[in-house]
Design a protein around this ligand. Sequence first.
Ligand code: AMP
Ligand code: ZN
Length: 455
Amino acid sequence: MAIQLFDSLKREIRSLQPSQPDGVFRFYNCGPTVYAPAHIGNFRAFVINDVLRRLLELEFGAGKVKHVRNLTDVDDKTIKRARDEGRPLAAVTREWTDKFHADCVALNCLPPHVEPTATGHIPEQVDMIDVLMKKGNAYRAADGSVYFKVSSFDDYGRLSRVKERELQPGNALKAAAADADEKEDVSDFALWKAHKDEDGDNSWDSPWGRGRPGWHIECSAMSKKHLGETIDLHTGGVDLLFPHHENEIAQSECCNGRTFALHWFHNEHLLVDGKKMSKSLGNMYTLDDLVAKGFSPMALRYALLSGHPRKQLNFTLDSLHAAESALATLHGFRSSLPASGIVHDAFASVFTALKDDLNTPAALGALFTIINRRSGEVDLASFDQAMFALGLDLEKTTAPKSEVPAAVQAIAEKRWAAKQAKDFATADALRKDLAATGWSMLDRKDGYSLEPLKK
Ligand code: AMP
Ligand code: ZN
């Protein structure tokens, strides 16, 4: 079975295949803005994309996937941070890039094959803007900024359906899309921003005067440079769908005259107490915050995988307790396995779940079902391949804390997956099965813990 994944543009689940004769799968994932620590919501996006990358490599071969993830190292936020701290922009973005890399290592995310920066690709961005100007898709405003003319691209809004809904007069999204007064039309967006005093020395020469690139053009230019004009998959969180990805499509397709990305995938948000995690709401956690509370980074990875990537996931500390307990069970199970050196298909159901629209909670459920049944086929090599796909490094978990038997954990994981799928009848039946084993499952807001029933 080929990997199946929801395509946000075609709005259906479709197979992933390399489109070019060299058989290399071209995959672009929008990376972080490096001006502060990435929060665990950002890491939901990066962990999900990491599982996807691992799955693609298992499917097509390690040398047959090219994964590009950019670093946004010049924009309003990075420049403001540098100005506030009285430091050069490059010093600020270097510090937060290093921190991002350290967190990625702790969370066992594979490094992308190429990690391009916006400041390292100014000529490529200028070249694309130049083509758009020559083709009549862009215009220079009086202040020296250059805007993309949205009305010049008939297909604008296909990804986000923005023409039908959001870009109505008075709509909030219209305000979000409006970033300057000099534009001919409110929905036009900046390709090049003319230098302003507050930009300091963070500007570059261009045919339109000194300035800096707009945010959207960087991904179009870096994707083109490192993956070519048509790529197989482009991903990011749902907040990037509009306007960022809509604008990327417009720029790239007008400039190159061909389809930009053959498949689009967007992960849903991580919520805290039902709200999107954000600095302004003060409900933001970083990996360090959780480590300071005694949780392992691997528990966070597990918790982030415990919800379906295309559904919102409400984060709670309880979900980390459940994750620690599950990891401890996996750790104990691994040390009991015989080595064989041959990968059997004992964990086929885990891969089936992952290949079915990246259903990570179902994959975790399937994993514990197998552990519970424990047939003769289960050996170290097969188990480690399943751990590789999920990116769970059991050596990076804290010492096993729980004595929950694997069979009990298996029922708990299945019940959790049933609850996630709102299959309450199955969840109730599994609660009874748990009671029969002498354990009870305490449901918290979005996680569980297991306790032995009092005799
Ligand atoms: P940024 O650094 O803001 O450009 O975001 C990096 C990635 O994290 C993007 O793919 C965003 O869509 C994604 N993202 C931001 N907030 C969340 C969240 N609360 N949950 C999941 N993904 C998020
Ligand atoms: Zn991007």
